[in-house]
Structure formats: C-alpha cells, structure tokens
Design a protein around this ligand. Sequence first.
Ligand SMILES: [Zn+2]
Length: 410
Amino acid sequence: MKTLLDRFSRYVRIDTTAVENAGTYPSSPGQLELGRMLAEELRGLGLRDAVQDEHGIVLATIPATVAHAAPTIAWIAHVDTSPETTGRNVKPIVHENYQGGDIVLPGDPSKVIRVGDNPELANLKGKTLVTTDGTTLLGADDKAGIAVIMEAAAQLMARPEVPHGPIRICFTCDEEVGHGVDHVDLQKIGAVAGYTLDGGGVGEIDGETFSADLAVVTIRGINIHPAIAKGRMVNAVRLAGLFLDRLPRLAQSPETTAEREGFLHPYRIEGGVAEVTLRILLRDFNTPRLAERAELLRTIAATITAEYPQASIDVNITPQYRNMADELAREPRALAFAQEAMRRAGVEPKLTIVRGGTDGSRLTELGLPTPNLSTGEHNLHSPLEWTCVEEMATAVRVLVELARVWGETS
Ligand SMILES: [Zn+2]
C-alpha cells in the first residue's frame, strides 16, 4: 500500500494536462517527462526492454514465468490528464483512516466532496483517501491506472514463482483530447487481449460502449439583400430552425435518455443566411440503429427541401467508434478472464456499459479486444476528484490474478 501510494503521489505531481489542438504529439511536454520517468522505473524493476518511443508512448514487457506458450496480454493506461481542470501544481492530500462525512478541501474551502453526491464514500470508512487541495484536479484519471500497473509489475517481477505468460505494458498519451490511440502500434504490442486501467470505483468491467457516428448537415439557401429579398431569399438560418424542430426532442436526446437508450445530439450550429452547418452526434449501443438515425436525418432533409426546392441539404455521416461488445465477442476470454480474476481477488465483478467511447473501444475495433477495469477513480476531470488507496490496491490484486488466469491457458 505504501509503495502504491508513493508511486501515485509521485506521478500526480508531474503536470501532464493534455492540450486541445496543440499541433504536437504529445500535446504537452509533461507527458514526455512522466513517460521518461516511468520507462526508467520499469527498467529499474527489471523490465529490460522498457522504452519510450518517438511519440512518447512507453512500452515494456513483463517476461513469462511459465514454460508453455501462454498468450500475451497488455495492460494500458494514459499519462495525460483532462484539460477541463488544471493539473498544474497538484498537491495531493492523503486522508488516512477516513472517518466518514463531507471533506472540505483546504486550498479552496468552497470545494467540498459531499457524501450526498458521493454515496460510495459511505463504504470507505477507515480507508485511505487521496484528494486535491481544491485548486487543481487530482489526476487519478489515469495516474491511478498507471500506479496500479506499475505496482502490479513490481510485484510480479519480485515474485517469479507466480505463474503467468508475457505481459505488455503500454502507457499512452493524449487520451483526454481524443488522440490516445493515434500512434499505438498493435504489432508492437503483440497481445491477444488488452485491459485499460481507467475505471471508477472497484469491481467494474466496462465491456460495452456506445457506437458513434457524426452527422454534418449542410443547409444551403440563397442570400440576397433583404431590401429586395421578396420571393427570392431562401434563409438557411430559418431552415436550420425547421430542421432542429423536426428532430425528436422528448425522446432520443441526451437530456431524456439513460442506460441503454441511444440519442441524436445536435451540439453545434454555425453559419448565416447562405449556409448553415449543424453537427449532430448519433449514439447507440445497438450499432445498426445508427443507420436508422441517419435515415431519420435524411428524411427530415428531404421533407424540408420538398417545401423549399431552391434550398439544398446535405447529410454527411462519418463513423467515429463502435461498441466494443461487437468485437469483444470474438475473444470471449477477455471479459471472462477479467471476471474470474476479480473473483479470485475477492471482488464480485460487475459488467458495466459506458455511455461514450474509450480508448478500448478504438483498440478493440482495431483488433485488440480491450475492456476497461476499475482502478478507484472518482469525480473525474474535477477539483473534487478523489481516489481510495485500498481500491487501487484491489486493482493491483486483480491484475496479478489476471496474469495468473491467462498464464493457465495456451
Ligand atoms: Zn481516463
């Protein structure tokens, strides 16, 4: 527990805030700095091939201890933190033997982690929590995952009697700004299954994500001086209003859906009389339903252009990511072994769904089945972020058991 907490405290002190539209990779120099530190620590643990590649991605191998050819698996976490709250000058505060109740953060007493908003705190009396001082984020997303992987690697290297196959470690950059897998080379990882350590609480396995498309709707009207517009102007701004009005609003919207329901989400509008573009997110767990939603957009476009034949409306759909469950089905061991590892670590596994995408959904689509595991993250991207050292320690035990379970097969 002590070394786990030490590692975590060391990693969160390095500012690895990701930057949107940075034009470099990784988007901030702190990510390279943390990566260098991790590669060195891994070499120090005896992982001789530990490297930081030209993109800042750290790769290393925990060598197999079994004689048979056990499949290679990968443990993955991201070094960057969310730009939504600053990650500069993080001063982690350790609350040993938490006694329950709200936690006032000393650097900004208006920031309070309330039990009412964090019901999971009720089960953590007597545990060790780590919070911020209220002025930054903590960076448990995803430095909890990094600390957990590092600690599991240290334990396996120190205990060669634990039977397991080869384990690849991969620390990625810029996950928070949507570039987490841009430079990940699956050939170099060479694993049959991967696990991202980037999940909330304890005992959860995210095995399903949304499938996602982006629709860009371009509405073209006819612009002319308003003084002489009678009978001639076709105002794309008004047509955009019509278009939005015909989208479902009381259902199939993020504001009205939860759990397994998908939605259409218009989130940006730009333009003027001559041309307006609408950007609309299409989301569903059931991938074929995305096509139905796209069809709805085309139907709305067709009804409007039937009323305004001088206007034109283009609906352009781009795929973004796919439900990882679609591809995970091809490697059922990825989920089954994670569940088995949790049971062996004394945790009741719970299969959960993510109303969004993860790096794992991209990796799974690219051919590396990659569910996401709990690592004790709470209140992500916020100054109210916190973690629990015992939950992180449980995640370490899960990884060690996961290594064993995979080591038993060939
Ligand atoms: Zn994360």
